[in-house]
Design a protein around this ligand. Structure first.
Ligand code: SF4
Length: 498
């Protein structure tokens, strides 16, 4: 029996069960935590069984290849269940729903609710509306208003693990990378108020969270929109809440990003031991960010720095706004300034028109950058992006396959070398839980974002010192040396990721 948002329900009363499947990136996983929080605030309990679910919620992504085919295949499977149990509600949200607008509801009439990326906060209410009025499709073109944009972090939340939390610092993106659908599905960049972010981090710390990951499409431009707006106005007391004390009380009224200030302020919150962020854009990487990373103890020694291509021609065609030389210079500066820094990246192979010489340039930059880790992708066109129209220049599959293999070898070589350098060192790791492959082994994550497997009996969220004994290209093996502390929180509530 479902009551839904706004209906009378006693505190603690169970409303039904929900199954939540998440596709795509961390931003989507974070949105899912908020959706789960909204549903649980309405008295729903999680289930991993479709046959038990009163609500099936699919949080979609359109970045991956064939995302729409995969979604319709899942919806096809759900049709039979819905025929058996017509009261079961199916909701589809996220980027694919935003991009395809009315198409999802039209192609799958058995879907009850379709919502987009700008109204995640309405997920539970829309379920109620559809119970009364039938299928509801609500896709907003943009966040309702910039001041009070519906940031995922402003909503009830349920975290996947207790010791770590994501905090969305901005939504949308003002760039126009030729391969990327994000600006058209997530809209222009809007930064969340500085003071609101700090309040949320302080609350999380009080709740026992020790690790924060700041999320955004282009985190290092965080706050530029805020300060440009405030700089054009007279000084106001609220500036500290909106832009932070470092801006409001420092060099006045200059439009600039606030990301370095944010790293300093979040890193100073008592109880926060680790601060991570993803993703910065190389064209917006500033020295003040590198300084903040170097000077704030809580900021982890890891920089994810998406290269995409090592060819200046291809970078230009992608509208990335930097050259390979400038990119490498920044990595050199970052490594010089930040002790023991690990660097990871994203690289696209076979962007339309990529010649052998362009690809060789990518191999050269990848070798010079000596990455610890790289996420490599073969270009695949996303409908609605500029690059999807470069059909005459698409690269044949056999060529991209061979290029991927060559790139993989370059990356594995540097990753293995970097990991080997850590053998014999004592690493501080936060325990993430038993290893998936071997429950007798536990896995922890180092400050450099490397996974270490070792034998032990520590609970998730504990902090320990582990000596690295062996290295592989994707992980480390170690032996427990000292337990620094147990977990700060006890409960664990899983979110089902698809
Ligand atoms: S910076 Fe480029 S790749 Fe990243 S979200 Fe914006 S448009 Fe997409």
């Amino acid at each position: 029996m479902a009551f839904g948002a706004g209906a009378s329900r006693r505190l603690g009363e169970v409303n039904g069960k929900y199954l939540l499947r998440t596709y795509g990136c961390q931003m989507n996983e974070h949105d899912s935590e908020r959706i789960a929080g909204l549903l649980e605030a309405e008295g729903y309990e999680p289930t991993s069984n479709v046959s038990d679910a009163d609500v099936v919620m699919l949080n979609t992504c359109c970045i991956r290849e064939n995302a729409d085919n995969k979604l319709y295949a899942v919806l096809g499977d759900l049709k039979a269940e819905k025929a058996k149990r017509p009261d079961m509600q199916i909701a589809v949200g996220g980027c694919l729903a935003q991009k395809d607008k009315d198409i999802v509801g039209e192609r799958a009439r058995h879907v009850d609710v379709v919502f987009g990326t700008h109204n995640v906060h309405r997920a539970a209410e829309l379920l109620v509306e559809s119970r009364e009025h039938g299928q509801v499709v609500e896709i907003l073109e943009a966040a309702v208003d910039a001041e009070h944009a519906a940031f995922p972090s402003a909503l009830p939340e349920k975290r996947e693990v207790d010791h770590a939390a994501w905090v969305t610092i901005q939504i949308g993106c003002d760039n126009s990378c030729a391969f990327c659908i994000v600006p058209s599905v997530r809209g222009p960049e809007i930064s969340r108020r500085f003071g609101d972010l700090l309040t949320e981090v302080e609350m999380l710390a009080r709740d026992g969270v020790s690790e924060i990951t700041l999320l955004g499409q282009n985190v290092n431009s965080y706050g530029r929109d805020i300060t440009l707006k405030l700089g054009a106005q007279d000084e106001a007391e609220a500036d500290v809440q909106i832009a932070g004390a470092l801006w409001a009380e420092g060099e006045r009224r200059r439009g600039r990003p606030l990301f370095a200030d944010l790293l300093r302020s979040v890193g100073a919150v008592p109880g926060i031991e680790r601060v991570r962020f993803t993703s910065p854009h190389p064209k917006d990487m500033r020295e003040d960010t590198i300084s903040a990373m170097a000077e704030v103890d809580a900021v982890c020694n890891h920089l994810h720095y998406p290269l995409q291509s090592g060819s200046d021609e291809i970078l230009k065609k992608m509208h990335r706004g930097y050259t390979a030389e400038r990119y490498l210079e920044r990595i050199t500066q970052a490594r010089a300034g930040i002790a023991d820094l690990a660097v990871s990246t994203d690289i696209i192979v076979g962007f339309p028109g990529e010649t052998n010489a362009d690809f060789e340039a990518t191999l050269e930059v990848a070798a010079a950058a000596e990455y610890d880790l790289a996420y490599t992708f073969v270009f695949s066109p996303r409908e609605g992006t500029e690059a999807a129209d470069f059909t005459d220049e698409f690269i044949p599959k056999d060529v991209t396959k061979e290029r991927m293999e060559r790139l993989r070898r370059v990356i594995e070589r540097s990753a293995a070398k970097k990991n080997l350098e850590r053998v014999g060192r004592i690493e501080e790791v936060i325990i993430e839980g038993p290893s998936r492959k071997n429950p007798g082994v536990i896995s922890g994550r180092t400050r450099q974002n490397k996974i270490v497997h070792f034998t032990g009996d520590l609970r998730t969220g504990s902090l320990a010192l582990v000596e690295v004994t062996e290295a592989r290209s994707h992980y480390l093996l170690g032996e427990q040396r000292e337990v620094l502390r147990g977990p700060k929180t006890r409960k664990k509530i899983p979110v089902i990721a698809g």
